[in-house]
Design a protein around this ligand. Structure first.
Ligand code: ATP
Length: 332
């Protein structure tokens, strides 16, 4: 649990006012653009940095000033952090050896961890003889043998190609469920966060913007930053003056799946097509309209529309999200 944590470097903000209650056994993603403070938050939790303000509790124990080694957690990094001259087996049991765990127990834990991560048979290989995905699985195996209930992961998939990312993503999720451990996972990739996490913590400029389930953030964004960060495509934003009836200086949000194409002369807006992008199951058609950004519609299958064409669109009030001038959601 984080209570009102702040961290600054020479007066420059890292994070501020970070309060989070992370349920045991959950998968929590710290999500946000580069520099938003997600790694700092994780490093504070790990004890790799010390907070200037606030308190950190793990399992009810105040660890705010405890050394990293006293916090009962394991970590998996983007860089794998494997010893290149040690074999897979040696890398995995390294921490157990340091802690003088008896050989028999080490062997049992090693076997189980390699089994879980699909690395049996690779014991004697060196990290240099493995693919990126396999290296990351060695790092996961090392975290598993540590036997901690809390595992912190900092962008563990960012060195992998798209296909591998997808499969290791599933491995990590399954591992977390099977072992029933608590995972706190840093990523700047909203798809990754939305598909893996039970709880998403979206950050910007060192502050939390919203904490909730992936569906909370998608369906009820707290502000326009959340609306535009979460979801592919992001929520479109329209100035209230374009639609009328919502008062002055409001911003209206709408998701692509709630916009319908209607015949010319009908609907609430007339837009110009700026691109058609074939996604496979559907085609995303980007639209321009003065006073709006991110407007698009989805058409099933391959359905390219010429750039510059005019398209009329309609949507229902119940699908609109109304934000004030500062971009905060108004209850509707
Ligand atoms: N050791 C440090 N010294 C000074 N400033 C730092 C240090 N570490 C982080 N910061 C600053 O704190 C802010 C948050 O950085 P942090 O690394 O937590 O962001 P992030 O969201 O993890 O970004 P990224 O995805 O790029 O790693 C940034 O403005 C960064 O420049």
């Amino acid at each position: 649990m984080l209570k009102d944590i702040a961290k600054r470097w020479n007066g420059q903000l890292g994070v501020e006012g970070i309060s989070l209650d992370i349920p045991e056994g959950s998968f929590t993603a710290l999500l946000g653009p580069s520099g938003c403070g997600k790694s700092t938050t994780l490093r504070l939790l790990a004890g790799l940095e010390l907070a200037d303000e606030g308190a950190i509790l793990i399992d009810g124990k105040d660890v705010t000033t405890s050394a990293a080694s006293d916090r009962n957690l394991s970590m998996v990094f983007q860089s794998y952090a494997l010893f290149p001259h040690l074999s897979v087996a040696e890398n995995v049991v390294f921490g157990l050896k340091v802690r003088r765990v008896p050989k028999q127990e080490r062997q049992e834990k090693l076997h189980r961890a390699l089994e879980i991560t699909g690395l049996l048979g690779y014991e004697n290989r060196k990290p240099g003889e493995l693919s990126g995905g396999q290296r990351q699985r060695v790092a996961l195996a090392r975290a598993i043998v540590a036997g901690q209930r809390l595992c912190l992961m900092d962008e563990p998939l960012s060195n992998l190609d798209a296909k591998l990312r997808n499969s290791v993503r599933k491995d990590i999720k399954k591992l977390q469920r099977d072992l029933g451990i608590t995972v706190i996972y840093v990523t700047h990739d909203q798809t990754e966060a939305m598909s893996m996490a039970d709880i998403v913590v979206l950050m910007k400029d060192g502050h939390i913007q919203q904490v909730g389930t992936p569906n909370d953030l998608y369906s009820n964004p707290n502000n326009t930053f959340v609306a535009e960060f979460v979801g592919a495509p992001p929520m479109a934003l329209i100035e209230s003056s374009v639609l009328g009836g919502f008062g002055e200086d409001k911003t209206i949000g709408i998701r692509a799946e709630n916009i319908q194409i209607v015949p010319k002369g009908e609907g609430r807006m007339s837009c110009i097509v700026n691109e058609s992008e074939f996604l496979g199951a559907e085609t995303l058609i980007g639209l321009d309209h003065e006073g709006s950004r991110g407007l698009c519609v989805l058409k099933p299958g391959l359905s390219m529309v010429a750039e510059g064409s005019e398209i009329n669109i309609n949507f229902r009030d119940e699908h609109l999200h109304v934000f004030d001038a500062a971009g905060h959601r108004l209850v509707r």
